[in-house]
Design a protein around this ligand. Structure first.
Ligand code: ARG
Length: 600
């Protein structure tokens, strides 16, 4: 659409100016106001080349007949402004909406190449944090964007299900009486520093609960273990001992080992159940859950390969890859007791993902605080000779900053994803009760709007920046928010249902001439380009900002123009336009992972 118009104009101006077509296209701008045309060519760069004033060049060029699809050009200062031929342009844009609804905005860049995504990836036995929320929503959105750009994607949830903490948890679970005994014994010491008394008692209660299949139980023993271990260092030894048994489970299957394995598997199951609840709310879909432990069998190979490639170095009993030459601390591969590390598993996982799935890209959506880890293990892969590592991307993101006091911290000092989502949904419920008490499916809508508000607020920001989280802002139905875009979609739906007739066929469309209509059409003409930009920069924020722009433009149109008045054919054409806006908003929200209710 707009891309094609730019290409036409690029070819035309290239012959006139001698600049390369791509260069012209790069220079083209979209005028701020539609009365200045639809595309503008700034003459400043060629002015230097031709040693002529820009406004003179613009004037000379304006005398040449513009290419097909353009009605005229006008010189304004150093700019040459081009105007679309409305009939041609509107036919092109609207023609694009006759395809399958899902295909709107799609572009084929990927040619079915396979891309493996790694996002969300929370840690077993720990609740999901806000960091995991960011990874989940950014990852899900990028996954959808990649698909719409013609890639085949495989989304992996790389849960943290391996490491010495599982020895600790298994010990706590199997020796619960002993743990609780110690916990009670040390209650005074523990509550005098790190823990609020009520909170500590609640943890003890949850840990003593009959039902040991709940997430609360799991998290409680996790926290209690760590608190007690500070005063009883022998617990750390027990934890290590149990983890060693877990690591050796394939060669030694004594009774205790079996118990530990079954406890560990149970922890994983409980945690996945818990995450599923959040994913269902958010609309997150992974193709595979493959935790760190999945790659365990490949670790030996990695270590042998590193050895064979002379990359391993012994340092204080541990095996490392020295990265000093690259200004990085060493990458730890194996501790002196033989235990492997996070980086070792990531190296094994990357090699496996490329070979098993024939992946051409690996994308990791993980907070910026892990940037060094990614740089390190990418470097190790490079040193191992894996050229594909240049197609591995760490998609980093910043932190949330909460305004003091508004968020209760139910469990210690972390702000939990679940609590944030629950609060958003509650607030929307209240708004609905007040504004639209008879709404059908009110609970469903509140879920979709509450969650949409959180998701949109995350994705509208450049992911690399920190986000100031402000409850008053994210739910404002008139602000730059998810609910605003969702509400605009609802508005389109209600125009269509009031119209209550079949849409007119595209050949019968009348040319729309009002600037507010033309503006809307131009914005829709840019949709594919915006999707492409989001893909190229791995930034959903472009699509989120675009959806705000489209929603605002639609609302100006909606207030100004009586869509369902007037002569039949014009009415039909305007309703057709409304439907195109609806479909574009729907797809934009979809690409952000946000649901679009039809009433709210
Ligand atoms: N489980 C890790 C965490 O919660 C994130 C894992 C990210 N993915 C990866 N391949 N390292 O911090």
């Amino acid at each position: 659409m707009l891309v094609e118009m730019k290409k036409h104009l690029g070819a035309h101006l290239s012959t006139q100016t001698g600049l390369a077509v791509e260069k012209v296209i790069e220079l083209l701008e979209i005028p701020k106001d539609i009365s200045h045309g639809d595309l503008a060519f700034p003459c400043f760069q060629i002015s230097k080349l031709q040693k002529k004033a820009p406004h003179i060049i613009a004037q000379e060029l304006s005398k040449i007949k513009p290419p097909v699809g353009f009605i005229k050009s006008e010189a304004v200062g150093g700019y040459l402004n081009f105007f679309f031929e409305d009939h041609f342009w509107q036919k092109t844009v609207f023609g694009n909406y006759s395809k399958q609804q899902e295909d709107i905005g799609n572009i084929n860049i990927g040619n079915n190449q396979i891309v493996v995504f790694d996002y969300s990836s929370p840690n077993v036995a720990k609740p999901m944090s806000i960091g995991h929320l960011r990874s989940t929503v950014i990852g899900e959105s990028l996954n959808r964007i990649y698909k719409s750009c013609g890639f085949k994607t495989i989304a992996i949830n790389y849960i943290g299900d391996w490491g010495v903490q599982f020895g600790k948890l298994a010990w706590s679970h199997i020796n619960l009486k002993e743990l609780l005994g110690l916990a009670k014994e040390h209650t005074d010491a523990i509550t005098s520093k790190d823990f609020d008394k009520n909170y500590w008692n609640k943890l003890l209660q949850e840990a003593s609960h009959q039902d040991t299949t709940t997430f609360n139980y799991l998290f409680a023993i996790y926290v209690i273990f760590h608190a007690v271990a500070q005063l009883e260092p022998k617990l750390e030894d027990y934890g290590r001992e149990y983890f060693l048994k877990l690591e050796k489970r394939k060669s030694n299957q004594d009774e205790l080992t079996l118990k530990i394995v079954s406890a560990w598997q149970k922890f994983i199951k409980i945690s996945i159940n818990e995450y599923e609840h959040v994913y269902k709310l958010l609309g997150t879909k992974h193709d595979l859950v493959r935790g760190e432990s999945f790659y365990e069998d490949h670790l030996k190979e990695v270590i042998l390969e590193l050895e064979a490639k002379k990359l391993l170095k012994l340092s204080q009993g541990a095996n490392i890859v020295d990265l000093e030459a690259f200004n990085m601390p060493p990458c730890l591969i194996q501790k002196s007791d033989g235990a492997t590390l996070y980086a070792t598993r990531d190296i094994a996982a990357a090699i496996n993902r490329v070979s098993e799935f024939n992946a051409t890209q690996l994308i990791y959506v993980v907070g910026a605080e892990q940037s060094l880890h990614f740089k390190q293990f990418f470097k190790v892969l490079e040193l191992m000779g894996y050229e594909w590592v240049k197609n591995c991307h760490h998609v980093a993101f910043g932190l949330y900053r909460f305004k003091e006091g508004k968020m209760s911290t139910r469990r210690g000092n972390v702000i939990l994803l679940e609590d944030v989502l629950a609060r958003a949904i509650d607030l929307v419920k209240n708004i609905i009760k007040e504004k639209n008490p008879n709404l059908k499916n009110a609970d469903q809508v509140a879920n979709n709007v509450g969650v949409g508000a959180i998701t949109f607020n995350d994705l509208m920001n450049d992911r690399q920046k920190n986000i100031d989280f402000d409850w008053d802002k994210i739910l404002d139905f008139n602000g730059d928010t998810g609910p605003y875009v969702q509400y605009t979609h609802v508005r389109c739906c209600s125009v269509l249902s009031k119209y209550n007739k079949e849409l007119i066929s595209p050949e019968k469309l009348e040319v729309l001439t009002h600037p507010l209509e033309k503006n809307l059409i131009n914005i829709m003409g840019r949709f594919e380009e915006v999707v492409k930009l989001s893909y190229e920069q791995l930034k959903p924020s472009w699509i989120a900002q675009y959806s705000l722009e489209l929603a605002k433009a639609f609302n100006s149109f909606y207030y100004e123009i009586k869509i369902l008045d007037g002569e039949q054919k014009l009415q039909g054409s305007r309703v057709f336009l409304v439907n195109c806006v609806r479909l574009t908003l729907l797809k934009a929200l979809y690409l952000l992972g946000i649901r679009a209710p039809e009433s709210m």
